[in-house]
Design a protein around this ligand. Structure first.
Ligand SMILES: [Zn+2]
Length: 102
């Protein structure tokens, strides 16, 4: 198991961050279209830490459909992460930041 974990880590580090970001965007988009996404409240109940932009939307007076959307899709983290390696994005818990090979 330990060797398998090491190999998975090596493959992850070898995969360009932009490829991971594009793949993530596509998977989340497909999930949103087929089953829908969880609300931020449901994510927190599952132990998921929200991105700072998701936290802002969570407390904003907006409707349920917006709270079920991929907020990280509209922030500049996605745009940078999909287009460059080692993108200058650093805020905690954003998936696009976590894909950076640092
Ligand atoms: Zn984010």
């Amino acid at each position: 198991m330990e060797r398998l974990a090491e190999r998975a880590e090596a493959v992850s580090m070898a995969t360009p961050a932009s490829v991971k970001a594009k793949l993530y965007s596509r998977l989340v988009n497909e999930q949103a279209q087929s089953w829908g996404l969880a609300t931020f409240t449901e994510l927190i109940q599952r132990g998921v830490d929200l991105c700072v932009f998701e936290k802002l939307v969570q407390i904003a007076p907006v409707g349920e459909p917006i709270k079920r959307s991929n907020i990280c899709r509209v922030c500049h983290a996605r745009i940078l992460a999909e287009r460059m390696e080692n993108a200058p994005i650093y805020w905690p818990h954003c998936p696009y930041v976590q894909f950076q090979n640092r």
